[in-house]
Design a protein around this ligand. Sequence first.
Ligand SMILES: Nc1ncnc2c1ncn2[C@@H]1O[C@H](COP(=O)(O)OP(=O)(O)OP(=O)(O)O)[C@@H](O)[C@H]1O
Length: 258
Amino acid sequence: MTQPDTSAGTPLDIRKISKHYSGRTVLSQIDLQAAGGQFIAVVGRSGCGKSTFLRLLAGLETADGGQLLSGTQPLQERQQDTRLMFQEARLLPWKSVLQNVGLGLKGEWQQAASEALDAVGLAHRAHEWPSALSGGQKQRVALARALIHRPRLLLLDEPLGALDALTRIEMQALIESLWQTHGFTVVLVTHDVSEAVSLADRVILIDNGRITLDQEIDVPRPRRRGHPRLAELEASVLNHILTPSASQQENQSLRRTA
Ligand SMILES: Nc1ncnc2c1ncn2[C@@H]1O[C@H](COP(=O)(O)OP(=O)(O)OP(=O)(O)O)[C@@H](O)[C@H]1O
């Protein structure tokens, strides 16, 4: 099996970042170090700050404290290497599939756009409108639109959340295979713990503004669905999500005694 070319991935060195909205702390003292080419999944209860964390990595938001580095360089200086993908494909309906992939590019972009579409299995739909595609196909186009920029850091914000179970499995396999071919670093935010453990090298849990679990997924690839160790890790991560962190329990008991 081809091992990812880790030199192609952005290494991450996130130091004690925090983020507040209207005086409310969403993220506090988040630390994360990752070698280039790692596949990291971020899980946690709804509203725990997963998307905020991703937006900070993408440079769409500014941290209120801490540092985001890649090696010795501020991560922000590597923004041209970073692509973000959302739950919705966000395609322009008045442009063809091919034009959507080549959006913003100048010169001879058509060949590169065709190749990116080919990599996601959609070269034959290049000249159609986005409205003619299914939800899964639209997400493939969004993936091609990211790939054409040869990203070194791919940030995925619940990109498969709206897809049916089978399409989701196909897209998971596609994302894993593209990651293995290109070697970019991936940070995937997902509600699906099974997806997190089956795809990632590491699963990070955000709870109460902090990372409360950093679980290595020590299962060799290709990973077989139903592998007992994957099931065990999934149950363990789920347990951590469902068990409130010590600080949250403290807050609750403080509220009770107040
Ligand atoms: N621009 C903003 N202004 C004010 N509050 C915000 C803003 N963005 C996020 N928040 C708040 O920060 C918290 C974390 O939001 P975030 O979207 O990061 O959570 P999440 O873990 O991704 O949630 P979900 O899993 O439901 O998508 C939430 O309470 C949210 O209301």
